[in-house]
Ligand binder design. Structure first.
Ligand SMILES: N[C@@H](CCC(=O)N[C@@H](CS)C(=O)NCC(=O)O)C(=O)O
Length: 205
């Protein structure tokens, strides 16, 4: 099993999941700083030019954060990182899709890749402000979902790893405001040995 990643990118949540699983895997860095995601050596493998991407031992590739996390969690049921019942699965998919498709792709990506949202350089600050607004709305909703619970849906799940990734960006990279219960969730996640190993391996500890 090989994970294509870049330090601090959304692949960090999948990296932490592989650490939770604890089976051998290989990390392959796609160096965004040199534009390696767009070079044929990578796009021949993943034409989407994005990370994360998981290359399985049979040579097949899985892309898209929720699909990779779902595959890894389902193939390691001993971890119990997907609820066993239909209602739990539905709620997990609901919150995962919101975190990735809305808060990540519509919010954080506006900040990290402003140029992809406007052809006009002068408009980029406004694009970033829209991103911050989407993130603030997202955090309000996710804070409500978490409430006083330890983990997003009660039991620890792959949803917590997606939330960790958003909290990491907001807290460690962008210094954005976060509701108190999300800050506490982030601290709980950072205390997990698997997350600590991930942060250290990506150069953030
Ligand atoms: N929908 C994809 C999004 C993946 C994505 O946007 N990844 C970013 C890193 S966080 C990326 O690879 N960006 C490449 C770039 O900006 O050129 C998923 O869920 O995995």
């Amino acid at each position: 099993m090989k994970l294509f990643y870049f330090p601090g990118a959304c692949s960090i949540g999948i990296h932490a999941l592989l650490e939770e699983i604890g089976k051998p895997y290989e990390l392959l860095k796609v160096d965004f700083l040199t534009g390696a995601q767009f070079k044929h050596e990578y796009t021949d493998i993943n034409p989407k030019a994005k990370v994360p991407a998981l290359l399985r031992d049979d040579g097949t590739l899985v892309t898209e954060w929720p699909a990779i996390a779902w595959y890894l969690a389902k193939s390691n049921p001993q971890l119990g990182m997907i609820p066993a019942d239909l209602e739990g699965e539905t709620r997990l998919l609901e919150v995962l899709d919101y975190m990735i498709a809305t808060v990540h792709m519509r919010g954080f990506t506006r900040i990290f890749r402003s140029g992809a949202f406007t052809p006009t350089k002068a408009d980029e600050p406004a694009v970033q402000q829209t991103g911050r607004d989407i993130i603030a709305d997202g955090f309000k909703l996710l804070s409500h979902t978490l409430g006083e619970k330890t983990y997003l849906l009660g039991e620890y799940s792959i949803g917590d790893l997606a939330l960790f990734m958003l909290e990491f960006w907001a807290g460690a990279r962008l210094n954005l405001p976060m509701p108190e219960n999300l800050k506490a969730h982030y601290e709980r996640m950072c205390a997990r040995p698997a997350v600590q190993r991930t942060l250290a391996a990506e150069g953030f500890a």
